[in-house]
Design a protein around this ligand. Structure first.
Ligand code: SAM
Ligand code: GLN
Length: 283
């Protein structure tokens, strides 16, 4: 039996909702299956699906009902307007992290109006922060690190795809950055406390790498190490920007205030009003 796009979508959305899953993902899957933009999908809602499309749509939807992220079926996610390939080796970049990039670009513009700047992204995953920063600020010389070689391979492909020149280095946290001084260091390290695993969705827990999500010491392990390691790596005038968990504002602020007593340190909320970033301006 033929099925119109709108019929399949409505059914799919209510199935996802009944499992407390994100119903908007059905539309992303449909756009992928029908190879339509958002606008043409809306215009073509009454078109019937071909038998192939129908089969592929319901196969993908069933995987999503089992918890698989739609980005793993489509193979990519948009971040800061740029496409990023994602797979089981990298965190799917989140909209909150776009706010970190935006805040960093804004502050970097004030601090370093022109001229080449040396920028590093620690724990780059898919390359989202490093690549979008480079695309928006082409005069930046960007280095991106990760402990995971598999993640770096994905990030390298994303850099090629987006035509961004990035230097990728494998290593533990700030270690690959030693011996140079940096104008901007950004990081979205793992920050979820191990105890939080029990309240997390299957879509994250079963499909995203745990070494990208979880951190010891109540989620603060990597901030403690960064606060210890970054002071000797920063230029006299410099910017640090890190993403944080929404309950970590005070603790991470205090760690950086101790490490950089003369810096201006801001805790910044995300679009949902939650503490989400710490910026540290060293002047
Ligand atoms: N930057 C990406 C983003 O914002 O979408 C990925 C962030 S993910 C939360 C954290 C990343 O840190 C993962 O890619 C993980 O492999 C990496 N990572 C974990 N431990 C690390 C370590 N000790 N040194 C360097 N990177 C590490
Ligand atoms: N924001 C991500 C999540 O909620 C976690 C990212 C991180 O640990 N840095 O799944």
């Amino acid at each position: 039996m033929t099925e119109k796009i709108i019929e399949a979508l409505k059914k799919a959305e209510s199935l996802l909702e009944s499992k407390d899953l994100d119903s908007h993902a059905a539309q992303l899957l449909m756009q992928f299956i029908t190879d339509k933009s958002n606008a043409s999908l809306l215009a073509d809602m009454r078109e019937p699906l071909t038998p192939h499309q129908k089969r592929d749509f319901w196969k993908g939807l069933n995987e999503m009902l089992d918890g698989k992220p739609v980005q793993h079926i489509i193979g990519e996610e948009l971040f800061y307007g740029y496409p990023f390939k994602v797979n089981e080796h990298v965190l799917i970049p989140r909209p909150e992290t776009e706010e970190l990039v935006q805040g960093a670009l804004y502050r970097a513009k004030k601090l370093f109006a022109s001229g080449p700047i040396k920028v590093a992204d620690i724990g780059t995953g898919s390359g989202a922060i490093a690549i979008s920063f480079k695309k928006e600020r082409p005069d930046a010389e960007v280095t991106a690190t990760d402990i995971s070689r598999e993640a770096l391979a994905v990030a390298q492909r994303n850099a090629d795809r987006n035509q961004a020149e990035i230097c990728f280095v494998q290593g533990d946290l700030a270690e690959p950055l030693a011996g140079k001084v940096w104008d901007v260091i950004l990081s979205n390290p793992p920050y979820i406390a191990l105890e939080e695993a029990q309240s997390m969705s299957k879509t994250v827990l079963d499909y995203e790498p745990h070494h990208a999500l979880f951190a010891e010491e109540n989620g603060l392990f990597f901030y403690k190490r960064l606060a210890k390691d970054l002071p000797k790596l920063m230029n006299k005038r410099a910017l640090i920007g890190v993403e944080i968990g929404h309950q970590q504002g005070e603790s991470v602020h205090a760690l950086f205030a101790e490490a950089f007593p003369d810096a201006v340190i801001e805790t910044v909320k995300d679009i949902n009003g939650k503490d989400r970033m710490i910026f540290c301006e060293i002047v």
